[in-house]
Design a protein around this ligand. Structure first.
Ligand SMILES: NC(=O)c1ccc[n+]([C@@H]2O[C@H](COP(=O)([O-])OP(=O)(O)OC[C@H]3O[C@@H](n4cnc5c(N)ncnc54)[C@H](O)[C@@H]3O)[C@@H](O)[C@H]2O)c1
Length: 324
Protein backbone atom coordinates (compact mmCIF):
# COMPACT_ATOMS: atom_id res chain seq x y z
CA UNK A 1 0.00 0.00 0.00
CA UNK A 2 1.52 3.32 -1.08
CA UNK A 3 0.56 6.17 1.24
CA UNK A 4 -0.23 9.88 0.98
CA UNK A 5 -0.99 9.80 -2.74
CA UNK A 6 -2.59 12.51 -4.91
CA UNK A 7 -4.77 11.22 -7.76
CA UNK A 8 -5.33 13.33 -10.89
CA UNK A 9 -8.06 12.13 -13.27
CA UNK A 10 -8.02 13.61 -16.78
CA UNK A 11 -4.27 14.04 -16.29
CA UNK A 12 -3.57 14.37 -20.00
CA UNK A 13 -5.98 17.29 -20.40
CA UNK A 14 -5.04 20.96 -20.44
CA UNK A 15 -5.38 21.51 -16.71
CA UNK A 16 -4.05 18.04 -15.85
CA UNK A 17 -0.82 18.57 -17.81
CA UNK A 18 -0.23 21.97 -16.21
CA UNK A 19 -1.00 20.59 -12.74
CA UNK A 20 1.32 17.60 -13.17
CA UNK A 21 4.16 19.95 -14.04
CA UNK A 22 3.80 21.89 -10.79
CA UNK A 23 2.91 19.08 -8.37
CA UNK A 24 6.06 17.05 -8.96
CA UNK A 25 6.46 13.37 -9.22
CA UNK A 26 6.83 11.05 -6.34
CA UNK A 27 3.32 10.95 -4.87
CA UNK A 28 1.18 11.67 -7.91
CA UNK A 29 -0.96 9.06 -9.59
CA UNK A 30 -2.10 10.15 -13.05
CA UNK A 31 -5.14 8.63 -14.77
CA UNK A 32 -6.53 9.32 -18.22
CA UNK A 33 -8.49 7.55 -20.93
CA UNK A 34 -5.78 8.51 -23.40
CA UNK A 35 -2.01 7.99 -23.24
CA UNK A 36 -0.12 10.67 -21.38
CA UNK A 37 1.97 13.13 -23.40
CA UNK A 38 5.53 11.65 -23.35
CA UNK A 39 6.86 15.09 -22.36
CA UNK A 40 5.30 14.49 -18.93
CA UNK A 41 7.53 11.49 -18.16
CA UNK A 42 9.08 12.01 -14.74
CA UNK A 43 6.18 14.05 -13.39
CA UNK A 44 4.27 11.16 -11.83
CA UNK A 45 4.68 8.06 -9.70
CA UNK A 46 2.48 5.95 -11.95
CA UNK A 47 0.26 6.52 -14.99
CA UNK A 48 -2.90 4.47 -15.41
CA UNK A 49 -4.56 4.49 -18.80
CA UNK A 50 -8.18 3.84 -17.91
CA UNK A 51 -11.76 5.00 -17.76
CA UNK A 52 -13.36 6.73 -14.75
CA UNK A 53 -16.49 4.73 -15.62
CA UNK A 54 -14.58 1.52 -14.79
CA UNK A 55 -15.50 0.99 -11.14
CA UNK A 56 -13.40 -2.19 -10.87
CA UNK A 57 -10.34 -0.15 -11.83
CA UNK A 58 -11.10 2.42 -9.12
CA UNK A 59 -11.59 -0.33 -6.54
CA UNK A 60 -8.23 -1.79 -7.51
CA UNK A 61 -6.57 1.63 -7.12
CA UNK A 62 -8.22 1.90 -3.71
CA UNK A 63 -6.56 -1.34 -2.64
CA UNK A 64 -3.11 -0.32 -3.92
CA UNK A 65 -2.95 3.31 -2.88
CA UNK A 66 -3.90 5.41 0.12
CA UNK A 67 -5.25 8.52 -1.58
CA UNK A 68 -5.24 11.81 0.33
CA UNK A 69 -6.21 14.23 -2.42
CA UNK A 70 -8.18 13.85 -5.68
CA UNK A 71 -8.11 16.40 -8.49
CA UNK A 72 -11.02 15.12 -10.53
CA UNK A 73 -10.45 16.78 -13.90
CA UNK A 74 -11.66 14.12 -16.38
CA UNK A 75 -14.69 15.43 -18.27
CA UNK A 76 -16.35 16.06 -21.61
CA UNK A 77 -16.15 19.82 -22.30
CA UNK A 78 -19.10 22.04 -23.12
CA UNK A 79 -19.37 22.05 -26.94
CA UNK A 80 -18.75 18.32 -27.16
CA UNK A 81 -21.16 17.71 -24.27
CA UNK A 82 -23.99 19.45 -26.11
CA UNK A 83 -23.37 17.41 -29.24
CA UNK A 84 -23.28 14.14 -27.28
CA UNK A 85 -25.40 14.60 -24.12
CA UNK A 86 -25.48 10.86 -23.43
CA UNK A 87 -21.69 10.63 -23.28
CA UNK A 88 -21.52 13.89 -21.31
CA UNK A 89 -23.96 12.55 -18.73
CA UNK A 90 -22.03 9.30 -18.41
CA UNK A 91 -18.59 10.85 -18.02
CA UNK A 92 -19.43 14.11 -16.27
CA UNK A 93 -22.15 12.91 -13.91
CA UNK A 94 -21.78 9.13 -13.52
CA UNK A 95 -17.97 9.42 -13.71
CA UNK A 96 -17.96 12.06 -10.96
CA UNK A 97 -20.31 9.89 -8.89
CA UNK A 98 -17.80 7.02 -9.22
CA UNK A 99 -14.98 9.27 -8.05
CA UNK A 100 -17.05 10.57 -5.14
CA UNK A 101 -17.83 6.98 -4.09
CA UNK A 102 -14.13 6.21 -4.40
CA UNK A 103 -13.29 9.28 -2.28
CA UNK A 104 -15.89 8.30 0.31
CA UNK A 105 -14.42 4.78 0.61
CA UNK A 106 -10.89 6.22 0.90
CA UNK A 107 -12.01 8.66 3.60
CA UNK A 108 -13.32 6.04 6.01
CA UNK A 109 -10.41 6.54 8.42
CA UNK A 110 -8.64 9.70 7.20
CA UNK A 111 -9.36 13.04 5.58
CA UNK A 112 -9.47 12.99 1.77
CA UNK A 113 -9.66 16.21 -0.17
CA UNK A 114 -11.70 16.26 -3.40
CA UNK A 115 -11.01 19.16 -5.78
CA UNK A 116 -13.61 19.62 -8.49
CA UNK A 117 -13.27 22.08 -11.39
CA UNK A 118 -16.69 23.51 -12.06
CA UNK A 119 -17.51 26.23 -14.57
CA UNK A 120 -19.31 29.47 -15.34
CA UNK A 121 -21.67 27.19 -17.32
CA UNK A 122 -23.56 26.67 -14.03
CA UNK A 123 -25.02 30.15 -14.61
CA UNK A 124 -27.84 30.91 -17.02
CA UNK A 125 -28.62 34.50 -17.98
CA UNK A 126 -31.24 35.96 -20.23
CA UNK A 127 -29.69 39.38 -20.80
CA UNK A 128 -26.01 39.21 -20.04
CA UNK A 129 -24.78 42.73 -20.69
CA UNK A 130 -27.15 44.36 -18.22
CA UNK A 131 -26.02 42.04 -15.47
CA UNK A 132 -23.14 43.03 -13.14
CA UNK A 133 -20.61 40.47 -11.87
CA UNK A 134 -22.51 37.33 -10.90
CA UNK A 135 -21.98 35.85 -7.42
CA UNK A 136 -21.93 32.15 -6.52
CA UNK A 137 -25.55 31.94 -5.39
CA UNK A 138 -27.15 33.95 -8.20
CA UNK A 139 -28.57 32.94 -11.58
CA UNK A 140 -28.01 29.21 -11.13
CA UNK A 141 -30.14 28.27 -14.12
CA UNK A 142 -27.81 26.41 -16.50
CA UNK A 143 -29.07 26.10 -20.06
CA UNK A 144 -26.70 23.31 -21.13
CA UNK A 145 -26.20 19.63 -20.32
CA UNK A 146 -22.60 20.52 -19.41
CA UNK A 147 -23.58 23.33 -17.01
CA UNK A 148 -26.44 21.40 -15.42
CA UNK A 149 -24.07 18.47 -14.86
CA UNK A 150 -21.47 20.72 -13.21
CA UNK A 151 -24.03 22.25 -10.86
CA UNK A 152 -25.46 18.84 -10.00
CA UNK A 153 -21.97 17.45 -9.29
CA UNK A 154 -21.16 20.42 -7.04
CA UNK A 155 -24.29 19.60 -5.04
CA UNK A 156 -23.53 15.88 -5.15
CA UNK A 157 -20.04 16.56 -3.78
CA UNK A 158 -21.44 18.66 -0.95
CA UNK A 159 -23.90 15.86 -0.17
CA UNK A 160 -21.19 13.16 -0.19
CA UNK A 161 -19.07 15.30 2.17
CA UNK A 162 -21.73 14.84 4.84
CA UNK A 163 -21.89 11.03 4.43
CA UNK A 164 -19.93 8.27 6.17
CA UNK A 165 -17.12 9.47 8.39
CA UNK A 166 -17.57 13.09 7.28
CA UNK A 167 -13.89 13.11 6.27
CA UNK A 168 -14.45 13.69 2.55
CA UNK A 169 -13.52 17.36 2.06
CA UNK A 170 -15.19 18.48 -1.18
CA UNK A 171 -14.14 21.82 -2.75
CA UNK A 172 -15.34 23.18 -6.10
CA UNK A 173 -13.81 25.96 -8.16
CA UNK A 174 -15.91 27.61 -10.86
CA UNK A 175 -13.46 28.39 -13.65
CA UNK A 176 -14.10 30.92 -16.41
CA UNK A 177 -12.54 30.32 -19.86
CA UNK A 178 -8.89 29.26 -19.51
CA UNK A 179 -6.07 30.34 -21.80
CA UNK A 180 -2.89 28.30 -21.89
CA UNK A 181 0.19 29.03 -23.97
CA UNK A 182 1.28 25.40 -23.80
CA UNK A 183 -1.85 23.48 -24.79
CA UNK A 184 -5.10 23.99 -26.72
CA UNK A 185 -8.28 22.46 -25.40
CA UNK A 186 -10.74 20.75 -27.70
CA UNK A 187 -14.46 20.82 -27.31
CA UNK A 188 -14.82 23.87 -25.04
CA UNK A 189 -16.96 26.89 -25.85
CA UNK A 190 -14.50 29.49 -24.56
CA UNK A 191 -11.87 28.01 -26.92
CA UNK A 192 -12.06 31.02 -29.27
CA UNK A 193 -9.86 32.95 -26.78
CA UNK A 194 -6.87 30.61 -26.83
CA UNK A 195 -7.44 29.58 -30.47
CA UNK A 196 -7.23 33.19 -31.73
CA UNK A 197 -3.80 33.52 -30.15
CA UNK A 198 -2.42 30.10 -31.13
CA UNK A 199 -3.57 30.45 -34.74
CA UNK A 200 -1.98 33.92 -34.97
CA UNK A 201 1.33 32.63 -33.57
CA UNK A 202 1.25 29.73 -36.04
CA UNK A 203 0.54 32.14 -38.94
CA UNK A 204 -2.85 30.60 -39.65
CA UNK A 205 -6.11 32.52 -40.31
CA UNK A 206 -8.76 32.08 -37.62
CA UNK A 207 -12.56 32.07 -37.94
CA UNK A 208 -13.96 33.07 -34.56
CA UNK A 209 -17.20 31.22 -33.73
CA UNK A 210 -18.73 34.03 -31.62
CA UNK A 211 -19.67 37.65 -32.36
CA UNK A 212 -17.06 40.41 -31.79
CA UNK A 213 -19.10 41.92 -28.90
CA UNK A 214 -19.19 38.61 -26.97
CA UNK A 215 -17.75 39.16 -23.52
CA UNK A 216 -16.70 36.37 -21.15
CA UNK A 217 -14.42 36.07 -18.13
CA UNK A 218 -11.00 34.41 -18.55
CA UNK A 219 -7.98 33.28 -16.54
CA UNK A 220 -4.59 32.21 -17.80
CA UNK A 221 -3.46 28.68 -16.93
CA UNK A 222 -0.79 29.61 -14.34
CA UNK A 223 -3.45 31.52 -12.37
CA UNK A 224 -5.91 28.60 -12.71
CA UNK A 225 -3.31 26.19 -11.28
CA UNK A 226 -2.46 28.65 -8.51
CA UNK A 227 -6.16 28.92 -7.66
CA UNK A 228 -6.50 25.13 -7.43
CA UNK A 229 -3.46 24.84 -5.19
CA UNK A 230 -4.50 27.76 -3.01
CA UNK A 231 -7.98 26.33 -2.59
CA UNK A 232 -6.45 22.96 -1.69
CA UNK A 233 -4.30 24.51 1.04
CA UNK A 234 -7.04 26.72 2.55
CA UNK A 235 -8.04 25.70 6.07
CA UNK A 236 -11.68 26.28 6.91
CA UNK A 237 -14.03 27.21 4.08
CA UNK A 238 -17.49 28.68 4.52
CA UNK A 239 -18.54 27.80 0.96
CA UNK A 240 -18.47 24.59 -1.08
CA UNK A 241 -17.95 26.34 -4.45
CA UNK A 242 -16.01 29.46 -5.40
CA UNK A 243 -15.78 31.70 -8.47
CA UNK A 244 -12.32 32.74 -9.69
CA UNK A 245 -11.66 35.17 -12.51
CA UNK A 246 -9.31 37.83 -13.85
CA UNK A 247 -10.14 39.72 -17.09
CA UNK A 248 -13.34 39.93 -19.17
CA UNK A 249 -12.49 41.09 -22.70
CA UNK A 250 -14.89 41.04 -25.63
CA UNK A 251 -13.87 38.81 -28.54
CA UNK A 252 -12.95 42.00 -30.46
CA UNK A 253 -10.77 43.20 -27.56
CA UNK A 254 -9.03 39.83 -27.58
CA UNK A 255 -8.46 40.23 -31.32
CA UNK A 256 -6.94 43.67 -30.68
CA UNK A 257 -4.57 42.20 -28.08
CA UNK A 258 -3.55 39.48 -30.53
CA UNK A 259 -2.98 42.08 -33.28
CA UNK A 260 -0.75 44.15 -30.98
CA UNK A 261 1.76 41.27 -30.95
CA UNK A 262 0.94 39.58 -34.27
CA UNK A 263 0.01 42.50 -36.59
CA UNK A 264 -0.53 40.25 -39.59
CA UNK A 265 -2.95 37.93 -37.77
CA UNK A 266 -6.11 37.22 -39.78
CA UNK A 267 -9.17 36.89 -37.55
CA UNK A 268 -12.67 36.87 -39.00
CA UNK A 269 -15.97 36.44 -37.17
CA UNK A 270 -18.34 33.67 -38.25
CA UNK A 271 -20.65 33.06 -35.30
CA UNK A 272 -21.96 29.56 -34.81
CA UNK A 273 -25.56 29.87 -33.54
CA UNK A 274 -25.35 27.00 -31.03
CA UNK A 275 -22.04 28.05 -29.50
CA UNK A 276 -23.14 31.71 -29.51
CA UNK A 277 -26.32 30.80 -27.62
CA UNK A 278 -24.23 29.02 -25.00
CA UNK A 279 -21.86 31.92 -24.36
CA UNK A 280 -24.77 34.36 -24.41
CA UNK A 281 -26.22 32.52 -21.41
CA UNK A 282 -22.95 32.79 -19.46
CA UNK A 283 -22.04 35.90 -17.44
CA UNK A 284 -19.70 38.52 -18.89
CA UNK A 285 -18.20 38.93 -15.42
CA UNK A 286 -18.25 36.84 -12.28
CA UNK A 287 -17.76 38.01 -8.71
CA UNK A 288 -14.82 36.29 -7.03
CA UNK A 289 -14.84 38.37 -3.84
CA UNK A 290 -15.70 35.29 -1.70
CA UNK A 291 -12.49 33.52 -2.85
CA UNK A 292 -10.49 36.72 -2.25
CA UNK A 293 -11.92 37.07 1.26
CA UNK A 294 -12.00 33.40 2.36
CA UNK A 295 -8.69 32.07 1.04
CA UNK A 296 -6.73 35.03 -0.24
CA UNK A 297 -7.24 34.45 -3.96
CA UNK A 298 -6.06 37.05 -6.42
CA UNK A 299 -4.90 36.50 -10.01
CA UNK A 300 -1.36 37.49 -10.97
CA UNK A 301 -2.18 38.18 -14.62
CA UNK A 302 -4.54 40.82 -15.99
CA UNK A 303 -5.07 40.97 -19.77
CA UNK A 304 -2.01 43.15 -20.52
CA UNK A 305 0.37 41.20 -18.29
CA UNK A 306 -1.02 37.87 -19.53
CA UNK A 307 -0.18 38.74 -23.14
CA UNK A 308 3.12 40.52 -22.48
CA UNK A 309 4.69 38.22 -19.91
CA UNK A 310 3.13 34.79 -20.35
CA UNK A 311 1.11 34.11 -23.49
CA UNK A 312 3.09 35.82 -26.24
CA UNK A 313 6.60 34.73 -25.17
CA UNK A 314 5.55 31.12 -24.59
CA UNK A 315 3.33 30.75 -27.63
CA UNK A 316 5.93 32.38 -29.91
CA UNK A 317 8.61 29.94 -28.69
CA UNK A 318 6.25 27.02 -29.21
CA UNK A 319 5.45 27.78 -32.85
CA UNK A 320 9.02 28.83 -33.62
CA UNK A 321 10.18 25.41 -32.39
CA UNK A 322 7.46 23.66 -34.40
CA UNK A 323 8.32 25.52 -37.61
CA UNK A 324 12.07 25.09 -37.04
N1 LIG B 1 -10.44 24.41 -19.96
C1 LIG B 1 -11.36 25.26 -19.53
O1 LIG B 1 -11.49 26.39 -20.04
C2 LIG B 1 -12.26 24.87 -18.38
C3 LIG B 1 -13.11 25.83 -17.84
C4 LIG B 1 -13.96 25.47 -16.79
C5 LIG B 1 -13.92 24.18 -16.27
N2 LIG B 1 -13.09 23.26 -16.83
C6 LIG B 1 -13.11 21.90 -16.26
O2 LIG B 1 -11.80 21.50 -15.88
C7 LIG B 1 -11.63 20.09 -16.08
C8 LIG B 1 -10.42 19.83 -16.94
O3 LIG B 1 -10.57 20.55 -18.16
P1 LIG B 1 -9.49 20.50 -19.30
O4 LIG B 1 -9.55 21.82 -19.99
O5 LIG B 1 -8.19 20.01 -18.78
O6 LIG B 1 -10.17 19.43 -20.25
P2 LIG B 1 -9.50 18.51 -21.37
O7 LIG B 1 -10.57 18.13 -22.32
O8 LIG B 1 -8.26 19.16 -21.89
O9 LIG B 1 -9.07 17.24 -20.51
C9 LIG B 1 -9.98 16.29 -20.05
C10 LIG B 1 -9.22 14.97 -19.95
O10 LIG B 1 -10.13 13.99 -19.44
C11 LIG B 1 -9.87 12.79 -20.12
N3 LIG B 1 -11.08 11.94 -20.08
C12 LIG B 1 -12.25 12.15 -20.74
N4 LIG B 1 -13.10 11.15 -20.46
C13 LIG B 1 -12.47 10.31 -19.60
C14 LIG B 1 -12.84 9.11 -18.97
N5 LIG B 1 -14.05 8.55 -19.17
N6 LIG B 1 -11.94 8.51 -18.14
C15 LIG B 1 -10.72 9.05 -17.94
N7 LIG B 1 -10.31 10.21 -18.53
C16 LIG B 1 -11.18 10.81 -19.35
C17 LIG B 1 -9.52 13.20 -21.55
O11 LIG B 1 -8.77 12.19 -22.20
C18 LIG B 1 -8.71 14.46 -21.31
O12 LIG B 1 -7.33 14.20 -21.24
C19 LIG B 1 -12.95 19.59 -16.68
O13 LIG B 1 -13.77 19.10 -15.64
C20 LIG B 1 -13.57 20.85 -17.26
O14 LIG B 1 -14.96 20.75 -17.30
C21 LIG B 1 -12.25 23.58 -17.86
Amino acid sequence: MQEDITLITGANGEIGQALLRVLGADRVLALDLNPLDPALAGYYLEFIQGDILDRALLEQLGREFEIRRIYHLAAILSTKAESDPHLAHKVNVEGTMNLLNFGLAQSEHRRVQFLFPSSIAVYGLEAKEVQGPVGEDERLMPTTVYGAGKLYCERLGQHFAKQGSGLLDFRALRFPGLISAETLSAGGTTDYGPEMLHFAAAGRPYRCFVRPDTRLPFLVMPDAIRALQKLASATSLPRGAYNVTSFSPSAEELRQSVLEYFPSAEVSFEPDPDRQAMVDSWPARIDDSAARRDWGWSPEYDLQRAFAEYLVPAVSDRYLEESG
